[in-house]
Design a protein around this ligand. Structure first.
Ligand SMILES: NC(=O)c1ccc[n+]([C@@H]2O[C@H](COP(=O)([O-])OP(=O)(O)OC[C@H]3O[C@@H](n4cnc5c(N)ncnc54)[C@H](OP(=O)(O)O)[C@@H]3O)[C@@H](O)[C@H]2O)c1
Length: 264
């Protein structure tokens, strides 16, 4: 399977590139990143077996035929990259966070027109995939819940992709109850967070955090907290991304969440 990786020199992308280098069934045929453009990816990230050329843009990389395009750049570049990949006939795996529901609706339209699959996961780590599943179960039984999203102080997008995806999935289970309607809150409305798919999401951005997410379920006289906090390595995201690359061709249109291709 031929893969183009956008963001291949970054924190997450370089770990995915090394994972592809270790895989017998995946071949990295081109990469995207501006600073290392023109170099072999292996020279840029210290992995000599990766001989694919780095291109400054997705359009330039997509002149090399590929089966799957993997997106790990930044929110401002991601949507155009995904659209270019679909128009070039590739299936797409999206790790980049920050795209909105409206962006994904547009992506879905193009994916269905081109007959390709798009699999977007806000977080490929197994522990987050499990948290999402556990939270969906809890939301079936508990009517009050809110999400808190934690990340490093310079994360450009808020809420995180992990929190957005969780709000999307929990909102599909049910609309949580709210004691005081938001338009009747006394004080700044922002104090109650952003409403995503009917779910309140609060984003904390402070040094000392990598990325984390917590869902708090409240019921009379009791509370349930489901929390995930990532360490500093990008390695937990690699296996999930590789599985997504192998499975995305089984999909048509845009699908969000790892559960689209696994029983989790
Ligand atoms: N889904 C998941 O499991 C998961 C896990 C980790 C991270 N993420 C997300 O993945 C994204 C990347 O995170 P990161 O921490 O790896 O970022 P990073 O270290 O800053 O890496 C970004 C990469 O994208 C390239 N890039 C940035 N803007 C570009 C543009 N306009 N055109 C072409 N290439 C561009 C960068 O190279 P140049 O600057 O040289 O162009 C670099 O290779 C973020 O949205 C993050 O939230 C998702």
């Amino acid at each position: 399977m031929r893969v183009i990786l956008a963001g291949a020199t970054g924190w997450a992308g370089s770990a995915v590139a090394r994972g592809i280098a270790r895989s017998k069934d995946l071949q990295l045929v081109a990469a995207v990143a501006r600073t290392a453009a023109g170099q072999a990816l292996g020279a840029a990230i210290g992995q000599p077996t990766l001989t694919a050329t780095v291109h400054a843009t997705a359009n330039a990389a997509l002149t090399t035929p590929c089966d799957v395009f993997v997106e790990f750049t930044k929110p401002d570049a991601a949507k155009a990259n995904i659209m270019a990949a679909l128009e070039a006939g590739a299936h797409v795996v999206v790790g980049t966070s920050g795209l909105s529901d409206a962006d994904y609706a547009e992506i879905d339209t193009v994916a269905r027109r081109t007959g390709r699959g798009v699999l977007a996961c806000g977080n490929f780590a197994l522990t987050v995939v499990l948290l999402q599943r556990f939270a969906e179960i809890a939301a079936r039984y508990l009517d009050h819940f809110e999400i808190i999203d934690y990340a490093h102080e310079d994360k450009p997008d808020a809420p995180s992709g992990t929190a957005r995806e969780l709000a999307f999935r929990l909102g599909q289970v049910k609309a949580p109850h709210s004691g005081v309607p938001l338009d009747q809150v006394r004080g700044p409305r922002e104090a109650r967070g952003a409403t995503l798919n009917g779910v309140q999401v609060h984003s904390v951005r402070l040094p000392g955090y990598v990325i984390g997410v917590e869902v708090v379920f409240g019921a009379p006289g009791q509370r349930l907290h489901l929390a995930h906090h990532a360490g500093s390595s990008a390695e937990p995201y690699v296996d999930g991304t590789l599985l997504a690359i192998r499975q995305v061709a089984t999909l048509e249109g845009e699908h969000r969440g790892f559960h689209s291709v696994t029983s989790l």
